[in-house]
Design a protein. Structure first.
Lengths: 307, 469
């Protein structure tokens, strides 16, 4: 029962916020306006999916922001100057993520500690690569991110595609089902004869893949990179997963919800600017919105449990 | 290799398993033939679970050998503790155990297979294959787990190990399972059936093996055992059927009146009825109402003994000692610090009184067998000063001997003026109570006291309305 309603609250929060934004700023209600509102949501949505895959297997990734920043730096330098090396480096990064998952499982390390440590490694590498902001976006990524499809703005279309693909991957496919089961009851998966280390590595590898996509999308929008460009993505992505109806433990996640959660967070920032709120207060106000939505969810699930 | 071993589904030869100095299994030779239902009995810690884990391949034996003359495929286990993925649907849980289901369109066959298996084992069940497991009742989850065990899953089940399969099932459903086991064995399948309910073992087993301290002490066809003989072979002195000796005393004033039931000082009040008819929920509400007062401060009026140990009982990372003393830290502490001497002496006292089988209380709680973990939970509750003790089916997976010990302790504590609220799925336990409330469809359908408490009366009150509708 509840699983089917899990998606309801994210949808409602996005709709309410969207209505408020349109009411404040009717000009946003256009092809161009929507694209502007949600443009930056695309990399955040991808990062949220990356975080969601880690949360799905009962871990948490505190290195995601630094990782996306590093990917952005690689994209703006190597991938632009020497595409072959760039691709190899990005693939190596994904493999490192997979290895990190395997190590966390085999040595029974807490993911929160390992990823916190790795965040400094990623951050250091990014600084090494781009000590000062710079680089340039490869032309094809720039083209892809600024494409203008008919009727639906690129940002909205991309969000829909990401949601649909990850829904297929995580909810519908056998692999996704087993990975969710890993979050629900690891022992039961192990008893059924699955190699849990390989599964964890797969989950982390997938997460790394989406992290790489997020970094590339970000560079496509900003056209250059900086070692600290995406540091706030760590907390944004966690907030997005939770806002989207996911839970920290137990493998209960919703990819569609996570994408909607990312959109809501992006929109919240724009909405607060429309309110002419001083930037000093914006982070706090964003937090307040988050608390509001989570409270609503708690009341919702309490009611569900009572009936 | 003898002829019997060649045709067997599984054969153990001098199999032993040691965990450090603990000999969980100490040289067991055993074989299970097709068409045989082997009843495996023994009290807590006798090595049953270890034996199961050797057969299903979770552990390798420390010495000796475990062989599968026909290959190890088709050996299935249904575990005592519930081991489904609660966040997945019923059909998805089947597919986890079925590696053949993959690629496009794996859902439809998964749904069909689990539904077919549920229909075979539990006719007229009411389980939706698309329901998420954590939305099911504990009995339904156990039914799903059993159905997954018997499902073909790309081959066919040759040997199904059922470890306490009926502990959460009510009698009607349990009977369906037993008749399915008989049909399964008649068709050439083999079953290892582990249960503390001797009636069920006699109803279904063709051969009974008694384990004691990691060794086989008896291995004979079922008809050669008598009920008493079986209890004696397990080596526990306490016999069944002691309820006639209970003296019913007059009780004091009413100490609690809620949820339509009332309990007096010194009374043992039972909540009965078929599983999943609102007893556990009523008990939880009643307990939370007693203890959730912010201003109450230390020394709550009521304590809780959990039946679902992993979910709301043990603190898995802590030692046995700490698991016992958690309920009295506030009382025995000095100025906000734990009084370790008092903590230890209290735990030692309860270890003696309730018979926790360990030589060191600082061992982790998970080193104990299920029944001994349950004793720790009893000790935790009884060590407190609370006058009301709420028990949520606390004897799940506990052996006959331990039960008798606990009954005696409950009686003694009640005589001192404590009140017990006891939800149980087993009629035998409910018959220990002074007053019984029978639940049906989340409502109390009958209140029985004294000599009225009989199995017939309870069953009558549990089923009445169902027949009428």
């Amino acid at each position: 029962m509840l699983a089917r309603y899990r998606i309801l609250l994210p949808v409602i929060s996005l709709a309410v916020l969207l209505c408020l934004t349109f009411w404040m700023q009717p000009r946003a209600m256009s092809y161009f306006g929507l694209n502007l509102l949600f443009n930056l949501a695309v990399p955040i949505a991808l990062a949220t999916i990356a975080q969601m895959i880690i949360i799905m297997v009962n871990d948490i990734d505190l290195s995601l922001g630094a990782f996306v920043s590093l990917v952005a730096c690689v994209t703006a330098t190597w991938l632009n100057d020497a595409p072959l090396i760039g691709v190899l480096v990005l693939m190596a990064l994904i493999l490192t993520y997979a290895a990190m998952g395997a190590v966390i499982h085999m040595l029974e390390l807490p993911a929160i500690v390992v990823t916190l440590g790795m965040s400094f490694v990623w951050g250091g590498l990014a600084l090494f690569l781009l000590p000062t902001p710079g680089g340039a976006s490869p032309a094809w990524i720039r083209t892809l991110m600024t494409i203008k499809p008919p009727f639906i703005p690129m940002a909205v279309l991309a969000a829909i595609i990401i949601a649909a693909l990850t829904h297929l991957l995580v909810i519908r496919s056998k692999l996704g089902t087993v990975l969710r089961g890993l979050g629900g009851n690891t022992r039961s998966i192990a008893r059924a004869g699955w190699n849990v280390t390989a599964l964890k590595a797969t989950a982390y590898g997938l997460s790394g893949l989406f992290g790489v996509l997020a970094g590339m999308a970000l560079v496509g929008l900003t056209t250059s990179a900086d070692a600290n460009i995406a540091l706030r993505y760590t907390l944004l992505s966690i907030a997005g997963v939770i806002l989207g109806g996911g839970e920290f433990t137990g493998g209960k996640v919703s990819p569609t919800g996570a994408v909607i959660g990312a959109l809501t967070l992006t929109l919240a920032a724009s909405f607060l600017s429309f309110l002419r709120l001083s930037p000093d207060w914006q982070i706090g106000a964003q937090g307040a919105i988050l608390i509001l939505v989570l409270t609503a969810r708690l009341l919702f699930s309490r009611k569900g449990a009572a009936t | 290799m003898t002829d019997l071993e060649r045709t067997a589904v599984v054969a153990l030869r001098d199999a032993a398993k040691h965990f450090g100095p603990v000999k969980a299994l100490n040289g067991v030779s055993l074989s299970v033939a097709p068409g045989e239902c082997l009843g495996l009995v023994g009290h807590n810690g006798a090595g049953k679970s270890t034996l199961v884990n050797l057969v299903n391949g979770s552990f390798a034996p420390s010495s000796g050998e475990v062989t599968f003359p026909g290959g190890p495929e088709g050996v299935r286990s249904v575990f005592q503790e519930l081991s489904l993925c609660p966040n997945l649907t019923v059909a998805e849980n089947l597919s986890i155990a079925h590696s053949g289901l993959k690629g496009r369109g794996w859902r439809r066959p998964a749904r069909a297979e689990i539904l077919a298996s549920l229909d075979t084992v539990f006719p007229d069940h009411d389980i939706d294959p698309d329901a998420e497991v954590d939305q099911l009742t504990i009995a339904e989850r156990q039914m799903v787990e059993i159905a997954i065990g018997f499902a073909p899953r790309g081959g066919s089940a040759k040997l199904v190990i059922l470890d306490e399969p009926t502990s959460s099932l009510d009698e009607g459903i349990a009977r369906q399972l037993l008749s399915h086991v008989r049909a399964f064995c008649a068709a050439g399948g083999a079953v290892i059936f582990i249960s503390h309910m001797l009636g069920e073992v006699f109803a279904v087993a063709s051969r009974i093996v008694v384990l004691k301290d990691g060794k086989v002490v008896a291995d004979r066809p079922a008809q050669d055992f008598s009920r008493q003989g079986l209890v004696d072979a397990m080596g526990h002195v306490a016999a069944e059927g002691t309820q006639s000796t209970i003296t019913r005393i007059a009780h004091g004033e009413v100490v609690i009146r809620a949820e339509g039931l009332e309990a007096r000082r010194g009374e043992v009040v039972g909540l009965s009825g078929l599983a999943g008819h609102g007893q556990a929920a009523a008990l939880a509400r009643l307990y939370l109402a007693q203890t959730s007062d912010w201003r109450a401060g230390r020394g709550a009026r009521a304590v809780f003994v959990a039946g679902d140990r992993p979910r709301d009982g043990v603190l898995p990372l802590w030692s046995i000692l700490r698991n016992i003393s958690i309920s009295v830290l506030g009382r025995d502490g000095k100025g906000g610090f734990v009084n370790t001497a008092a903590e230890r002496s209290l735990a030692e006292e309860w270890k003696q009184r309730i018979g926790i089988r360990t030589n060191d209380l600082t061992n982790p709680i998970l080193s104990l067998s299920g029944g001994n973990q349950q004793k720790v939970l009893f000790a935790r509750a009884l060590a407190s000063d609370a006058e009301i003790i709420v028990m949520d089916d606390p004897m799940r997976g506990v052996d006959v001997g331990t039960k008798q010990d606990v009954y005696a302790i409950i009686r003694a504590e009640a005589a001192k003026g404590r009140t017990f609220l006891w939800y149980s799925t087993e009629t035998e336990e409910v018959c220990q109570c002074d007053r019984v409330f029978v639940f049906r469809d989340s409502q109390i359908s009958a209140e029985l006291t004294g000599d009225q408490i009989t199995e017939d009366r309870i069953l009558e009150a549990s089923f009445e309305m169902m027949e009428a509708s």
